[in-house]
Design a protein around this ligand. Structure first.
Ligand SMILES: *Cc1c(COP(=O)(O)O)cnc(C)c1O
Length: 953
């Protein structure tokens, strides 16, 4: 046995386990199971055309070597991305800590109080710095957040029925180029008309419903927008501002002008550049818009005992429920990065943030003074961190700067801008000034240039921030490393993540996120690359990204891949937009019908609506498959206008539908394209693929199938892979050349999306190789069918394939227990007492659970989970008598409850907390009792309590 093999570490089930598993499943070998699971006509006949796997050691050497091909320059490019310093205590205890990065989105609040608190801190920080009332717990990047602002305000406009039919949205010419591109992408299908211009010349005419401004402007000029906002309000024009979060430490926050939305990125709060991402964007608005705000909001509520507890608020707004009424498709966001950025504020506090902001501002002032002294003209009258310089010849400056390892922003042949950041040292300043001195033949050593700093007052009084911020205790308590380390640990201990036990969330594929896949993220040569550097400085990245694209082409059977989308939902949107562009290129702009099965994930209809398509829902039959007769009817009815079918494969019911080839052909024959939602790709890799089933485009969730950790709800990467005819339309970027020959405008701000996170999937495929990725699929299917058979007779599996097999996941029906008063939620919460996170609850069928074990779990862990489920099944049987005061309804049981002097329950403490012997070996204590959703939604509190509230008590 080759114990160097990474597959051996990634796949939890080993050779010795197989005999017993085959016996239970009732097959002789793996091939027999697979052939009973996947229809013959879509099986791949050849092994994947990928190299053999390499060992972890070889991979780490390889990735180090590759990183050396990136040239790490000092980048003063700005444009929304700035070098930042990740405090080591945050890097080690969060970014590099599986207790944080392997957690899931906090749907099960009682075992997620740690990251919920961290996110509440983040929301508080955003509200305080922007001067706004309500922030969400992150969006994908600044540019998509700006687009979300545009569409939210559009939605509010029509809802208030004030400006129904008003379609114009003003975009300041100061907006970042990538944001401009995204606004174009997102406005076109909705019929929103963008008008770009100088905000000082805006006429506030009645045909505008909203406007967006950039603060400071793209090249650093700080405008006072107070008068603009006032006039806009008088004319019922809603205003969004894209703001630099760090600048708001020194500048008047937009909330104080009364704006409606503020968006931006928190990248410069300690998050590596990573050649474009992942970073957390923020979105903050007025409380009045709480039901329209995109993304997730963390809020306070109380638990069963009346103790304060946190949970995701207003979940009924989510696209899962709104579906084709949704105005946003955001699902996965950037939670891990939001946690880090929030913790950066906890670590530095208001005093530290002021120090950092002033230091940066001062660097800009020093450079301004020095350059003016040299005879350069500085064009920004008010600035925070960016100066704009007139030069004789930008190209000349560029060639000298690059020799010194420096990148500036070359605006045109005569103008450049220079953005300073937290990492700019006095040595860096000297090098930078040396570049300009050499052009003017001046010796920088002769002058101590610090003296120039104080001569310039670059922020006028009306723009100086006077209000205080981050006065809450949490931002004023943990400034030593020991204190912060312990605070992070305290939160981590409240959260159940993959480093505790299996998280069998159907559709979410919570597999191993291997340490060797994660380690490269900490290397400076991957972290410190600005997304807009010349390609020759990012050779390591380019090699890695191109190879990952190739790997994904091979796995999907498609012609090309775009890595730009930052989540599965963004991938859906990107894929549908390429379909839209394809139809348009053939003179078929009228094709706008998107057929979606009733069982689809909520993001599907939401994405279709955003892409300007009309959703037609097709039924599922009693076996959970697409109802082919109904589909035929709908396809025929809409054949003239059919744009696409969106189909999840294997279906969200965990089944490989055998009619899939007929279905895709039917759609093609009627002029439509087939979009495959690839969230379930873990059941396909190496055995079948989207091209084979007849799809034209799919997204992949690299944060599901390809080992990027969920991070508590992001980062994600949602590339789209397309067939030849859609390749020309792959998305572009306005700054760096990428995408197809007839590329659509941007889907994300950065040309290759979250490039840094792509290293993880690259490593996953590279280390597993052709056999390893295929074996992973097979074992994922085996594990699911093993659980299915072990629960057989105790829980009904809702749907199976023609030969009675599940794919890589299965749905168990919990609705029959309702007549005994037991809900699916009771089972989910009771699992916590056994040390398990619940499977997916009530998706895609209400009252059910969807279990997906993945290939990474060992037989021992699968058995523990099954024993817990079987034990709960017996408890349900008993609960019928004791109802409603029973062990299920009262779950989860906290340590406080179990150790309390009073115990009023008709079962023992041991039954409550240690129901099976394995539980006590590794007990996980939920830190809250059941949280009250309705109370929290009625009393929405989404920030930490301000210090004044403490002072009153
Ligand atoms: C996870 C998932 C999505 C959405 O992906 P995100 O990355 O969360 O945006 C879409 N469809 C299905 C079936 C999924 O499971």
């Amino acid at each position: 046995m080759n114990t160097d093999s990474f597959a051996l570490r990634h796949i939890g089930v080993h050779e010795k386990d197989l005999k017993r598993m085959f016996e239970i499943v009732g097959v002789n070998d793996l091939e027999e199971l697979i052939s009973q699971t996947i229809p013959d006509d879509i099986r791949l006949s050849n092994k994947l055309d990928l190299p053999d796997g390499i060992s972890e050691h070889e991979f780490l050497n390889h990735i180090q070597h590759l990183s050396n091909k990136n040239k790490v320059f000092k980048s003063y490019i700005g444009l929304g991305y700035h070098e930042s310093l990740t405090p080591s205590v945050i890097k080690r205890n969060i970014l590099e800590n599986p207790g944080w990065y392997t957690a899931y989105t906090p749907y099960q609040a009682e075992i997620a109080q740690g990251r919920l608190e961290a996110l509440l801190n983040y929301q508080t920080m955003i509200c305080d710095l922007t001067g706004m009332e309500l922030a969400n717990a992150s969006l994908l990047d600044e540019s998509t957040a700006a687009a979300e602002a545009m569409t939210m305000l559009y939605d509010i406009r029509s809802r208030q029925q004030k400006k129904n039919g008003v379609l114009k949205f003003f975009v300041s010419e100061e907006i970042l180029p990538q944001t401009m591109s995204l606004l174009e992408t997102r406005s076109t299908p909705l019929g929103i008309e963008l008008v770009v211009g100088n905000h000082e010349e805006f006429d506030f005419s009645n045909d505008f419903y909203g406007a967006i401004l950039q603060y400071p402007g793209k090249y650093g000029q700080v405008h006072d927008y107070a008068a603009f906002v006032k006039k806009a309000q008088e004319n019922d024009i809603k205003v969004a501002v894209a703001a630099d979060i760090l600048s708001l430490v020194l500048l008047t926050p937009p909330g104080e002008w009364g704006v409606d939305v503020v968006v931006g990125t928190t990248q410069r709060f300690g998050i590596p550049l990573g050649y474009g991402g992942p970073h957390a964007a923020f979105f903050t608005t007025k409380e009045a818009y709480k039901r329209s705000i995109p993304g997730r909001i963390i809020g306070m509520t109380k638990d069963t005992d009346g103790n304060p507890a946190m949970r995701m608020a207003l979940q009924t707004r989510e696209q899962h429920i709104k579906r084709d009424k949704a105005t946003s498709n955001i699902c996965t966001a950037q939670v891990l990065l939001a946690v880090m950025a929030g913790m950066y504020a906890v670590y530095h506090g208001p005093v530290g943030l002021k120090y950092i902001a002033k230091k940066i501002h001062n660097a800009a002032k020093v450079a301004d003074g020095f350059l003016q002294n040299l005879g350069y003209k500085q064009l920004n009258s008010t600035y925070f961190d960016t100066i704009k310089i007139e030069v004789e010849n930008s190209k000349e400056v560029q060639s000298i700067a690059e020799k010194h390892g420096v990148n500036l922003n070359y605006i045109d042949s005569k103008t450049i801008s220079i953005s300073f950041n937290e990492a700019t040292s006095s040595h860096d300043l000297k090098v930078l000034m040396g570049i300009f001195s050499s052009i003017k033949e001046y010796n920088v050593e002769k002058e101590s240039f610090m003296v120039f700093a104080n001569q310039i007052d670059s922020i006028s009084d009306s723009l100086k921030r006077k209000s205080s911020f981050l006065q809450q205790p949490v931002f004023n308590s943990y400034h030593s490393e020991t204190e912060l380390m312990r605070y992070i640990k305290k939160l981590e201990r409240k959260d159940l993540a993959l480093n505790h036990s299996m998280i069998s969330l159907g559709s979410c594929t919570m597999k191993l996120n291997a340490a060797s896949e994660m380690l490269p993220l900490s290397l400076a040569n991957w972290g410190n690359v600005h997304p807009f550097v010349p390609l020759n400085q990012a050779e390591g990245y380019q090699i890695m990204l191109q190879e990952l694209e190739k790997q994904l082409n091979v796995i999907t059977g498609f012609a090309a891949t775009s890595l730009q989308p930052n989540s599965g939902a963004q991938g859906e949107y990107a894929g549908l937009m390429t379909i839209r562009a394809y139809h348009k290129s053939r003179g078929d702009s009228h094709r706008n019908i998107c057929i979606i099965p009733a069982s689809a994930h909520g993001t599907n209809p939401a994405s279709a609506v955003m892409a300007g398509m009309k959703v037609v829902v097709t039924k599922t039959d009693e076996k959970g498959n697409i109802d082919v007769i109904d589909l035929e009817e709908k396809v025929n009815l809409h054949s003239d206008n059919l744009a696409a079918l969106m189909v999840t494969y294997p279906s969200t019911h965990g089944v490989f539908e055998s009619s899939i080839k007929y279905i895709t052909k039917l759609v093609h024959d009627n002029g439509g394209q087939v979009y495959m939602d690839g969230a379930n790709m873990n059941a396909q890799v190496g055995l079948t693929n989207p091209a084979t089933i007849g799809a034209d485009v799919c997204h992949l969730n690299l944060h599901k199938t390809f080992a990027i950790p969920h991070g508590g709800g992001g980062p994600g990467v949602g590339p789209i892979c397309v067939a030849e005819q859609l390749k020309p339309f792959l998305p572009s970027n306005p700054v760096v050349e990428t995408g197809g020959e007839h590329a659509i405008t941007a889907i994300s701000g950065a040309p290759w999306g979250s490039a840094l996170a792509c290293l993880i999937s690259y490593g996953y495929i590279k280390m597993l190789g052709a056999d390893g990725v295929t074996d992973s699929t097979k074992i994922a299917i085996l594990n699911a069918n093993y659980i299915k058979e072990r629960l057989n007779g105790k829980y009904d599996v809702l749907y199976t394939g023609e030969k009675g097999r599940a794919a890589h996941e299965m749905i168990i029906d919990c609705r029959p227990f309702k007549e005994h008063g037991i809900e699916v939620t009771d089972i989910a919460k009771r699992l916590m007492d056994y040390g398990f996170h619940a499977p997916t609850v009530s998706f895609p069928v209400a009252g059910t659970m969807m279990i997906e074990p993945t290939e990474s779990e060992s037989l021992a862990e699968l058995d523990k989970f099954c024993e817990a489920m079987l034990s709960i099944r017996e408890e349900i049987q008993h609960a019928i008598i004791e109802n409603p005061n029973n062990v299920l309804k009262n779950s989860p049981h906290t340590l406080t409850m179990v150790t309390s002097d009073t115990w009023d329950f008709p079962y023992t403490r041991e039954q409550a907390a240690f129901p099976l012997s394995f539980v006590s070996e590794n007990k996980f204590w939920p830190s809250a009792r059941r949280t009250d959703e309705a109370f929290g939604d009625r009393n929405l509190i989404c920030t930490c309590t301000p210090i004044e509230a403490y002072a009153e008590v």
